[in-house]
Design a protein around this ligand. Sequence first.
Ligand code: SAH
Length: 350
Amino acid sequence: MSLRGHSLAELETFFVERSEPRYRAAQVFARIHRLGARSAAEMTELPAMLRADLDEESAFRGLGVEHRAVDESGTEKFILQVPGEGAARRIEAVWIAAEPRDEGAQDGRRTVCISCQAGCTLDCTFCATGTLPFQGNLSAAEIVDQVYLLEVLRNQRASNVVFMGMGEPFHNYEAVLAAAHLLHHPDGAGLSARRITISTAGVVTGIERFTDDGQPFNLAISLNHPDPHERVGIMPHDHRYPLEDLLGAARRYTRESGRRVTFEYVMISGVNMEPRHAGQLIEITRSMRSKVNLIPLNTDVAGMRQPSAQEAVRFQTRLVDAGVHAFNRGSPGREVGGACGMLALDRTLS
Ligand code: SAH
């Protein structure tokens, strides 16, 4: 059982129950979450006996690295092993060296894109992760360790974290939010809530819970199609969470949080880039505080085409001309199989 996923209060209970002083919790918390220690052996302020015991109990056992592939821009994809009972499960995480410039983005932004499940139970037709066998939820420890391990391997601190890797965050709500709070904790990594983004494929119940809990993190919704009848064709779970309900939940989130929501929109030629789609998307964005992140399709799926550069610009221009804050995120990591929708444990893409 990894202590990496424990809150400070849980660590206090843990050490007190072992007849250790309460302040051990703060020492260990800072070591893990602020200073990146990967074993008890590194925590030299702990008594040697305690260090040995904790290492023996695998209290800080972390993820293993199976494969890494870096592109010219410095964006790097990692295939990681999640130790546990039986064969290790495999997930991916991506270090994104810099993002396309948009409002507020600074040079040198270092974003870590992390997974919250091994595989995904949704089956968005354009996403390669959905083709993998689902191997369960990750714990909070396994989620935060993706950030800490990549920081060690890259020898740099992450400036932003996005829950946009494998899996659906709102199908693993508790662990995802526990992880986000660990990353946000002032005695830990101390990332501002504004630099942590949780992205959902539109699980309405999760958005409602996130709103009711008053969570401070950014919310992104993978809208991907603005038509109430056509969306289900590319995102089958739209049957369960129809567009109207999704937009209702998004609107309530923006009202109650006072923040804007980000809509992600995968541009698929011939599917969701017609002028009427732009019109529908404009209507949606006018109904609540929002911005749009456009992502060109990255996968090769039968019947779907990537937009040409001109087509993407034309679509974006329609939005921008109507006053929508719309940005094209591009496809960092695409050559190494690390861009959106490509995370399928494929080593050949590098
Ligand atoms: N399940 C969550 C997080 C993972 S997907 C969600 O759906 O939001 C992260 C982003 O990648 C989503 O916005 C999704 O729409 C996008 N995406 C998925 N497949 C893609 C593809 N083939 N090309 C481009 N973007 C894709």
